[in-house]
Design a protein around this ligand. Structure first.
Ligand SMILES: [Fe+2]
Length: 341
């Protein structure tokens, strides 16, 4: 929960004295209190408002509080739900908790305890959301690990190359003051940029001499294949687009879409430079590695035709600044684990 958002609390209570006491207490603590006396009224409010917490009486004129609890839990497991009951029947309380209520208050109760109860439930709700988010991130990392493992099995050179490209790309990302989310997107795009090579025949991927025309056409399909693979993961749609365009050229003579200039996504333009630089300074099957100076000269020579000239300038500045530390990759440790598997 964002702490600057107002906290919206729905009170479903048909006893006017209890309802007035609750709302007065909550409003004095800067919560937004919405009050209704019925299930029908509660149903209308949740259609209109995003409610963070519900305080609901069990016996209402048009039904039982459990009906509303079940209605909410069908679509939302995170909204905190506190039951108010005048019954001290343990069976009823157990049923409430089993049905998805988070807490209960027995009438009569002291209003001065209410803020503590609300706070406790909001904190728990926040922790649960955080936990759900972590599970999603874990799932995403696992999916990436599987993709990288597949590429590693097919071609260990490409996998190592991708991690090094990620480091160079992240240097540019930091220099451009990318926020954390964009840095992570850039890192994932770099790590996965050649994932489409999984589908490439070994005789092309590992060929030490020049490719024939037909083989070159096949090799050029890897950005589209990679984009399709990565695009299957819902959270990686943006990454898929960046991967698709990592072989475009600034002058429009690249592939697969022949985009030119700033029509090429910024992160794809960054990857093109990081990818080219890393390839030149590393040994390849078909040639020996060259020095960083030669690689930077190559970038300079092709600035404005192959590469975004402003990014080349920035990259050259970064490479000559020895005070800059190598960026730490977020999923780097995952990849190390993978190598150790
Ligand atoms: Fe590539």
């Amino acid at each position: 929960m964002n702490t600057i958002d107002p906290i919206e609390i729905l009170v479903v209570e048909d006893d006017p004295v209890t309802a007035a006491g609750i709302c007065e207490t909550l409003n004095s603590r800067f919560y937004h209190c919405h009050h209704t006396v019925s299930l029908a009224g509660a149903g209308e409010i949740i259609k209109e408002k995003v409610i963070n917490l519900v305080i609901c009486d069990l016996n209402l004129p048009d039904g039982h509080g459990f009906d509303f609890l079940r209605q909410i839990r069908r679509t939302d497991k995170n909204t905190a739900f506190i039951v108010i009951t005048s019954s001290d029947d343990p069976g009823l309380i157990t049923t409430a908790l089993r049905s998805g209520a988070n807490d209960f208050i027995s009438k009569p109760f002291h209003l001065h305890n209410l803020p503590t109860i609300i706070q406790r439930n909001l904190e728990r709700q926040h922790m649960e959301r955080l936990h759900d988010h972590q599970i999603k991130i874990h799932g995403l990392t696992e999916a990436i690990r599987v993709l990288i493992a597949a590429l590693e099995a097919k071609d260990s050179y490409t996998s190592g190359h991708s991690v090094r490209v990620a480091r160079y790309a992240m240097m540019l990302g930091h220099a451009l003051s990318f926020n954390e989310d964009d840095l992570f997107t850039l890192e994932l795009s770099a790590i996965l940029h050649d994932i489409g090579k999984i589908g490439m025949p070994d005789q092309i991927l590992k060929k030490s001499s020049s490719l024939l025309e037909k083989e070159y056409r096949t090799a050029k399909e890897h950005p589209v294949i990679g984009s399709k693979i990565v695009g299957k993961i819902g959270a990686l749609k943006e990454v898929a687009l960046i991967i698709r365009n990592h072989h475009e050229r600034f002058d429009g003579n690249g592939y697969p879409d022949q985009l030119s200039g700033y029509a090429i996504p910024l992160m794809s333009r960054i990857l093109t430079i990081a990818d080219a630089y890393e390839s030149i300074v590393s040994n390849r099957i078909y040639r020996e590695k060259k020095t960083p100076e030669v690689a930077l000269d190559e970038l300079k020579k092709n600035a404005g035709t192959q590469f975004d000239p402003a990014l080349v300038k920035l990259f050259i500045q970064i490479q000559s600044d020895t005070s800059l530390k190598k960026p730490v990759l977020r999923i780097d440790s995952q990849l190390h684990n993978l190598t150790a598997d």
